[in-house]
Design a protein. Structure first.
Length: 60
């Protein structure tokens, strides 16, 4: 189960991306979560997936 709170979700997802997954799609497939819903939650707090660094970064 992944965190529901967007800020906790951000930390969780970035940790998993850094330590275990080559990209966001692999993480979502493995954890059986919706990539679009997860990305929407993180976008709502200003974070967007950056493929080059394989993490969600803040963009104002």
């Amino acid at each position: 189960m992944i965190p529901k709170d967007p800020n906790m979700l951000l930390s969780y997802v970035n940790l998993k991306l850094r330590d275990f997954y080559s990209d966001f799609e692999a993480l979502c497939d493995d954890l059986d979560v919706s990539s679009s819903e997860t990305e929407e939650k993180l976008n709502s707090i200003g974070y967007f997936y950056e493929k080059e660094t394989n993490q969600f970064v803040f963009k104002s």
